[in-house]
Design a protein around this ligand. Structure first.
Ligand SMILES: [Zn+2]
Ligand SMILES: [Zn+2]
Length: 363
């Protein structure tokens, strides 16, 4: 039996190297050799314990790798074979329940939100359920995307945040060519949302950050298609947008982290009849500055968005492969299994250097 090298998160800040047995592949399962796993806010929140998780488990939910072994049934279901490079979605889908058949597999009645890659207890066989590992077990219900030829696996991990940017910034709000869009938050999801709405033909894109710590990210946003970058510690975003364009936003996408005022500012920044997307989880508690009546007066559409779906991920991989955006130049830090803990600490904002825009594990 072969052995995978993995990091198991046994409790807050207890990331422990462990050898896990690689299971035999069945008719309808497969084994992935992980080449790269993207890291996001969820990763450092799991690591520090800021996000309450069911320990112990192998984290990592943005995996890209090569199919090393695959059963014949899985081969025909996924349309991939040994040697193919694929990206693995965080959610699993039974493909049969009512929600899965409607394409709402984030609410799959078999798996649902507790049963995601990067969150599943290591005690559940075969334990290889996360990207912090040399190998990932692909269950019958895993959702895969073929990575276009020639795309570097490290860049391919952007399928996850860019898929989010496409669904949250474009598909869900119905962003149309010529729209004025404001993206709140310059993290990797915010920057990918800039790309997504630029690609969708937005006529003007504003992105916001907070304080000097975000200055570098706002610079990056400009290279990805943002027309205006605003530091909300210095400037009111609604006034800044109106000053630059003479109007308010058709669409506001809020992807801030721990910014309680963002919701109120988003309602101020959107035009009457426009759309505000509250996307991902931000850890913000309370909504200072929100005037609820403003939602009624302006007849704002407020949409919640948690996950991403297969069409958005597929489109994300096409955009990455197009070479149109300088994803290779993003300020990026790459860690190995041995150095990952340092990178996660840094991404949690505890290091002596600012967190990178894009963190990636290459096991
Ligand atoms: Zn993530
Ligand atoms: Zn289902």
């Amino acid at each position: 039996m072969t052995i995978a090298k993995a990091l198991v998160l046994e409790g807050p800040r207890r990331l422990v190297p462990r050898s896990l047995s690689i299971p035999a592949v069945g008719e309808d399962t497969a084994l992935l050799r992980i080449e790269a796993c993207g890291l996001c806010g969820t990763d450092h929140e799991q690591f520090t314990g800021a996000m309450g998780s069911g320990f112990a488990f192998v984290p990592g939910h943005e995996a890209v790798g090569i199919i090393e072994e695959i059963g014949p049934v899985a081969e025909s279901r996924w349309g991939v074979t040994i040697g193919d490079r694929v990206a693995v979605e965080v959610f699993q889908s039974c493909r049969e329940c009512e929600h899965c058949r409607q394409g709402e597999y984030r609410r799959c009645q078999v798996h649902g939100i507790g049963d995601m890659y990067g969150f599943i207890p290591v005690g559940k066989e075969p334990g290889l359920w996360g990207g912090y590992s040399t190998h990932l077990f692909l269950s019958r219900d895993a959702m895969l995307h073929r990575v276009p030829d020639g795309v570097d696996p490290v860049l391919a991990t952007l399928f996850n945040p860019l898929g989010a940017g496409i669904r949250w910034g474009c598909t869900l709000p119905g962003t149309a060519r010529g729209d004025v869009v404001a993206i709140f938050g310059p993290g990797i999801r915010g920057l990918c949302s800039v790309v997504a709405v630029h690609q969708a033909g937005a006529s003007f894109v504003m992105v916001t950050g907070y304080g000097p710590g975000d200055a570098g990210r706002l610079e990056v946003a400009r290279t990805l298609g943002a027309d205006l970058a605003v530091d909300v510690a210095e400037e009111d975003p609604a006034a800044a947008l109106a000053g630059a364009t003479g109007r308010l936003a058709d669409v506001v996408v809020n992807v801030t982290a721990k910014a309680p005022s963002a919701f109120g500012q988003a309602i101020q920044t959107v035009r009457p009849g426009g759309t505000v997307v509250m996307a991902g989880t931000s850890g913000a508690v309370g909504t200072p500055g929100l005037v609820p009546d403003m939602i009624a007066f302006k007849e704002v559409r407020v949409l919640g968005a948690l996950g991403v779906d297969a069409p958005a991920y597929a489109e994300a991989l096409r955009v990455i492969a197009s070479g149109r955006y300088p994803f290779g130049d993003l300020p990026r830090r790459i860690a190995t299994l041995e150095t990952l803990e340092q990178l996660l600490t840094n991404m949690a904002g505890e290091g002596s250097v600012p967190p990178p825009v894009h963190g990636v594990l290459v096991p």
